[in-house]
Ligand binder design. Structure first.
Ligand code: ADP
Ligand code: MG
Length: 738
């Protein structure tokens, strides 16, 4: 019986041990009604379950447990009561425990059951944890998209996931028959073996390797391997492989294409340089050649601004800044660079932004244009030379486009047409003609014809307009220009014939004058003869008439004498010139001229003042010619004063050998620039002038070994001065002879 056991220890002591134990102990028995009644219960675990022995002893299961649990337990109780030692796990009030029920029999009859419960909550929690981590592991292992495997210490596969068997093409079972080595490609076998040994020594490694699958396809892998440690012992290797075949292929492709580009750039005939922060970071071989250097040592690291000619430094800086700010996508400019040896290079520079080794950089492409520049300069020089030649040409030259627009005009053309420099360029040739004139349409037709038929045309006496509308008479030659059979337009050579025309007219006029002179001589004779008979008859009448009419006769005779003397002068002037030198009294000659022109002077309200200091000095000369000089000078003096004035005539001794004769007027004067050219034929400012008078004066005075000169001031007056040598042999008795 139970009392028997208890006897050995003090009951008190025993109870204390039971109370302090971690689990709890209980007893129950079956009473007559078939119910199980607890007879004892003690232990620390009860407290954890929030139960008290007082709630249990004397009660059945359903009194302190939820019904469900109570039924469950009572089944166990039945089995124990039947004599079986029962153990079971259960959870009550969140506490898990392991219970064992031991029946106590007396005479094969179960009299009570002793139950013992121990707390298994911790173990249960750990089990749960293990279960979840196992799940995790499973999902990591089985369902990992990368091949995962474990090896034992000899290198045999112990587990392989699906991805692993997929990559080898062998099932897990097949793989488990083998080590990893046969899968590895020969080039990696030794290395991978080393890596395996390292991991077996405790290292964790990541390394590349490659395998061949059953179809003999090579797969590039990156493997991470860690040792499997169990109780401090390395029992194998756990590994994850990643298939990097594609990445490697991409990388290889990329390298290949990069290599291709590198080769292209290296061998490009265009000089290429890369600038990082405006400094040379890369140059190709053409670039070295361009800068005349063997190695890139003296180029790399140099700033581009050091290398461009200072003239364009600021230009380049601004452009580079624009590129950096992405204001412009690129630029191309002609620039001058300095070579290593200081020589200047003419290049065309193209600049683009690029990404160079993950930095913002600038790509420079340089092509040498020195040769091009040189030939451009040569062409320019030739053009300049041609232009110079064209500009020195006296005739106006215009070059026209096929449509008649002016492309070039030489200096003479610009002067002739009185346009400003460059103003003619681009204008249509029609500006030379009065609009819608016959000459214009005629000229255009000629231009067309010249281009079409490739023939040269000469247009004589063509009137064209100056800028201000003044017209000039010209001869125009139209020449077609062709270049490589292409009709490029025409060249017009314009010759100003206005002056030539005027000269022609003057010559005709002077011809007329000399004819008139000859006629006049004849007429003078015809007048003189009747005058003689008129004079005779008047004298006769005078003798017979009375005093009053005699006075009229005197006047008539005086007037007749005057007509006679004028006609005489006329005759003398127009008489054929006999250059017979003789002694002449210049003052007498001047006096005759004054009386000859007296009436003309009074008619023009001109007073003639005479002042002669040398009444009797003689000179060697031709009387008629000298008179002609004096007439011309006096006439010019009178004509210069359109509203009248004074003419002062003087003659004086200049020195022992020379005398001076002056004609001074108060007329319009002569412009300074004209003074030097006086005496040139056909220069006249008068409507009915010939422009021959002064020329004749110069000629005649020259023949007399004298000099003639003019002093003049515009609107003040003019002095004509003649210096003539004296007749030196004053003793020689000579008579006045005309
Ligand atoms: P013409 O008298 O027929 O014009 P000349 O040879 O005598 O030709 O003179 C040439 C020009 O010189 C004149 O037209 C005139 O302009 C200028 N000239 C000559 N003498 C004088 C003068 N005394 N005063 C002003 N102008 C003069
Ligand atoms: Mg004159």
């Amino acid at each position: 019986m139970t009392t028997l056991h208890i006897d050995a220890l003090s009951k008190q002591h025993l109870q204390h041990i039971i109370q302090q134990q971690n689990g709890f102990i209980f007893t129950f028995t079956k009473i007559d009604s078939g119910r199980f009644i607890h007879t004892f219960c003690e232990g620390q675990l009860l407290k954890k379950m929030n139960l008290d022995p007082n709630q249990i002893v004397g009660y059945e299961l359903k009194d302190f447990l939820p019904e469900e649990k109570a039924i469950e337990k009572s089944m166990m109780y039945e089995r124990a009561w039947a004599g079986e030692a029962v153990s079971y796990e259960a959870t009550v009030f969140n506490i898990s425990y392991l219970a064992s029920l031991n029946p106590v029999t007396v005479d094969d009859q179960v009299v009570q059951v002793i139950g013992n419960c121990i707390d298994i909550t911790d173990r249960k929690e750990k089990e749960l944890l293990l279960e979840t981590s196992e799940q995790h592991f499973k999902s990591l292992f089985l369902y990992n998209p990368d091949p995962v495997f474990s090896l034992d210490s000899n290198g045999y596969f112990t587990s392989v996931n699906e991805a692993g068997s997929e990559i080898t093409g062998h099932s897990e079972e097949q793989m488990k028959q083998r080590t990893f080595l046969p899968y590895i490609t020969p080039d990696y076998q030794l290395d991978t073996l080393h890596k395996f040994q390292q991991v077996m020594r405790g290292e964790s490694l990541t390394f590349p390797c490659a395998i061949k699958n059953e179809r003999n396809e090579r797969k590039e892998l990156r493997v991470t391997a860690v040792p499997i440690v169990i109780n401090g012992q390395i029992t194998g290797v756990y590994g994850v492989a990643r298939n990097i075949t594609k990445q490697l292929q991409y990388k290889k492709d990329l390298e290949l294409s990069e290599e291709r580009y590198r080769i292209l750039v290296e061998n490009s005939p265009i000089a290429i340089a890369v600038l990082v922060k405006n400094k040379m970071s890369y140059v190709n071989s053409s670039c070295l050649e361009l800068f005349n250097t063997e190695s890139d040592g003296c180029l790399i690291g140099r700033s581009i601004l050091e290398m461009v000619h200072q003239d364009i430094q600021s230009d380049v800086t601004t452009q580079l800044r624009k590129i950096a700010n992405a204001d412009i996508p690129s630029f191309t400019m002609e620039s001058k660079l300095l070579r290593i040896d200081g020589e200047t290079l003419e290049v065309e520079m193209t600049v683009l932004p690029i990404d160079f080794e993950h930095q913002n950089a600038i790509l420079l492409m340089l092509s040498d244009i020195s040769e091009r520049k040189k030939s451009e300069k040569e062409v320019e020089a030739i053009n300049q030379q041609n232009e110079l030649i064209l500009n020195t040409a006296g005739d106006g030259i215009l070059s026209l486009s096929p449509f008649g627009h002016i492309i070039f005009a030489n200096d003479a053309a610009i002067q002739l047409l009185e346009y400003a420099h460059g103003e003619l360029i681009g204008k249509h040739v029609s500006i030379l003609f009065p609009e819608s004139s016959v000459t214009y349409s005629n000229f255009l037709a000629k231009l067309d014809q010249s281009i079409k038929e490739q023939t040269i045309h000469k247009e004589r006496e063509q009137l064209i307009n100056r800028k201000q509308g003044e017209s000039i008479l010209t001869d125009i030659t139209i020449t077609p220009i062709t270049e490589n059979d292409e009709k490029k337009g025409t060249v017009l050579v314009i010759k100003d014939i206005t002056q030539q025309k005027q000269l022609d007219e003057m010559i005709i006029r002077s011809d007329k004058l000399s004819v008139l002179g000859e006629l006049a001589a004849g007429i003078a004779h015809e007048i003189r003869n009747p005058l003689t008979s008129l004079r005779g008859f008047i004298q006769l009448i005078q003798t017979v008439t009375d005093h009053r009419y005699g006075e009229y006769c005197d006047i008539m005779l005086e007037e007749l004498d005057r007509v006679n003397s004028i006609v005489g002068e006329f005759l003398m002037l127009s008489r054929p010139q006999l250059s017979k030198m003789s002694q002449q009294n210049p003052v007498s000659l001047i006096k005759e001229v004054v009386s000859f022109l007296y009436s003309e002077a009074t008619m023009n309200k001109v007073n003639i003042h005479e002042d002669y200091q040398i009444e009797n000095i003689l000179i060697q000369g031709e009387g008629n010619q000298l008179k002609q000089v004096f007439i011309n000078l006096l006439k010019n003096a009178i004509e210069s004063m359109s509203s009248g004035g004074n003419v002062f005539i003087s003659a004086e001794k200049l020195n022992d050998d020379e005398l001076r004769i002056c004609f001074q007027d108060e007329g319009c004067g002569i412009a300074e620039e004209r003074l030097t050219t006086l005496g040139q034929p056909f220069y006249t400012t008068k409507e009915r002038g010939t422009g021959l008078g002064l020329m004749i004066c110069y000629k005649i005075i020259e023949n007399h070994h004298g000099k003639i000169s003019f002093k003049s001031k515009v609107d003040v007056g003019t002095i004509a001065e003649i210096i003539l040598p004296k007749w030196n042999n004053q003793d020689d008795e000579s008579v006045f002879n005309d």
